[in-house]
Design a protein around this ligand. Sequence first.
Ligand code: CMC
Length: 392
Amino acid sequence: TGYTTLDGGFVNTASTKSAITYIDGDAGILRYRGYPIDQLAKESSFIEVSYLLIYGELPTSDQLEDFTDRIRRHTLLHEDLKRFFDGFPRNAHPMPVLSSAVNALSAYYQDSLDPFDPEQVELSTIRLLAKLPTIAAYAYKKSVGQPFLYPDNSKGYVENFLRMTFGLPAEPYEADPEVINALDMLLILHADHEQNCSTSTVRLVGSSDANLFTSISGGINALWGPLHGGANQAVLEMLDRIKDEGGDSADFLRRVKNKEDGVKLMGFGHRVYKNYDPRAAIVRETAHTILQKLGSNDELLEIALKLEEAALADDYFVERKLYPNVDFYTGLIYRAMGFPTRMFTVLFALGRLPGWIAHWQEMHQDPAGKIGRPRQIYTGYTEREYKGVNGR
Ligand code: CMC
């Protein structure tokens, strides 16, 4: 049709302007609102980074206190919504449970659905940040057949989530401060990554003026795929398989290079990074320290290190500029913390939430904003004449 350019997968097409996150994939640079990821990971907190992404600036201490307090006041789920979890089979994957429950928020909290009312947007933002850890913990509790715990709002964001996940009603639960800090840092590393698949989904759903809850639910579904957030689960399953098959990482890499049965080295490669993913470098270091501290002598870490070393020295990966991405080592840490493999992508969603919200809000603040509606290049039949069923 003359005016339509084809760029499958948006390999070279910007879908929007954005002032939230900067990536230089060749140099391995990632910054949120101008702040380098390694500084934020080391010195900030997930709540502070959430504020930064959503409001554009680091909070003052009063702003941080107010933000934290508002989130704390919304951690409870409506009692009826809690029964929603019983409708799922016990062996359900927690990702569809998570996205369904988030979508259901638009049924339970109808006073915060208007994308053009700043107060309602603010309320739905706070509600999402507050309730997602509760929903995530309940999805886990459902899968292990344990009772749900109410949030304990005397605890911090991550600590509260850990308690709701691993705590039991009759027993006191004290989360290990090392685990709290490491999980907080991992959430920071996942908090935004510009126009990735799930964020683009949140924007696309939101561009029809759909409410924030339902747009975020769409993002959670996009995140679940193994090429995106589901990669952290896929990496662990890959490492497990290599271990079960005798631990021969060289043979596994041979199969990847021959593209046997579409086998990929999960946790490697990235659309934007053609250099070491700066997040992966931080996670790699944390994997070592946290596994050591938790006394978890994980054989899978050895396999992962060997795989990485061999891949980085191999022409196939060098020529294609394939490096470990954020998902390569995270699963090992989550596992050492006690999370089952199926919860890994849920943890990614908890981290990515403020980024999704920031992009949804940025999109609505753009006066030139339009509904997302890509064009196509039609490859089907030209006109055909309809024949009744007896004439076919
Ligand atoms: N293992 C083996 N070969 C790979 C891999 C891999 N992990 N990744 C890319 N390649 C090859 C690919 O087969 C292609 O080779 P050829 O030119 O011979 O056909 C070449 O490298 C270019 O890859 P591509 O598929 O065109 O790259 P893309 O930008 O479309 O895909 C990706 C990016 C992340 C989907 C892909 O690298 C991949 O599937 N990686 C494994 C899954 C994964 O770890 N995903 C997490 C991404 S980071 C966090 C997140 O977003 O959630």
